[in-house]
Design a binder for this molecule. Sequence first.
Ligand SMILES: CC(C)(COP(=O)(O)OP(=O)(O)OC[C@H]1O[C@@H](n2cnc3c(N)ncnc32)[C@H](O)[C@@H]1OP(=O)(O)O)[C@@H](O)C(=O)NCCC(=O)NCCS
Length: 334
Amino acid sequence: MNKNSEAKFIGTKVLGTGSYFPKKVLSNADLEKIVETTDEWILTRTGIKERRVSEADEPTSQLAYFAALEALKSANISPQDIDLILVATITPDMQCPSTACLLQNKLGLKGIPAFDLSAACSGFIYAVSMAKAYIESGMYKTVLIVGAEELTKFTDWTDRSTCVLFGDGAGAMVLTASDESQSLLSVYLGADGSFSDLLFVPAGGTKNPATLDTVNQKLHSIKMLGKEVFKAAVPKMVYAAQKALELASKKLEDIKLFIPHQANMRILEAVAKKLNISMESVFVNLHKTGNISSATTITALDEAIKTGKLVKGDLVELVAFGAGFTWGAAVIQV
Ligand SMILES: CC(C)(COP(=O)(O)OP(=O)(O)OC[C@H]1O[C@@H](n2cnc3c(N)ncnc32)[C@H](O)[C@@H]1OP(=O)(O)O)[C@@H](O)C(=O)NCCC(=O)NCCS
């Protein structure tokens, strides 16, 4: 365990992926009973039909645990082979300790380093870049990264402009050092904190610590200026996709499947149009998941592999955009 290595490796290989969703399904028809909305509005404006909702006794680390077990199984390694755990989440079990430490304990991996990182919907791609940096510097050989979220527990169920958008789920990936081949070809990241007030959770931190008042005003749930976020998301996702391709010395035509952050079908279509690619090469599963922030790209990648949409050797590009604003893209050979 914790095999800090002196050797520098030339590449990073993806060994396996996994995902997990809570069992409970919340359909648009169910939402019609909670807020003034319609299945038709949600479907035409977002593409979402249903989302998964975690139980009260099913925290984020639990979803992360089941996704991690699946990734370890698909990687065909035992938990003891893991040297580092990174969890990308904006909906941790609690403020402290990190969800990564809680996951480490569930996996029985006492001793190895574990920490969370916060980059909202781009979180998984940020985690991919950190895993690559740790592995290729020779510091850690095999890294477990997880995107896990329970956004429905940070949702204001009286706000129809946000409560119809989000869901819960987790995805995981095991990456390891590779001497011969490199399957993680490139990662590109960006951020602009001047837009932090367009998509945020106002209270619960040091700026607005929790009080009865913040709870009564529902300031612990996600607030979003959807139209503004939409406008920023499209060009940044297009830019990130192009930059990661450039870094990988690949062309759009080389990519078998694009997996953009699953927030809104109209965003996906606009990104595809601007990149001049067909929607046939864009993976979509948001109709059954909703927006699950850092968990979208990895759960979608896992589904694309499991359903045979991606086979060994194919190139896939993950692209994301989220609160911060943050954005990023990664080119991977599966
Ligand atoms: C949130 C989003 C779906 C809203 O779609 P939109 O076309 O921008 O809709 P608007 O917010 O302008 O609202 C249009 C109307 O629908 C209404 N509306 C909003 N939510 C509604 C709902 N769930 N049901 C019915 N009507 C709704 C609004 O009140 C507004 O009514 P008005 O014209 O009478 O004022 C869209 O902006 C979006 O997807 N934004 C990006 C979100 C995103 O990607 N976030 C994550 C990035 S990580």
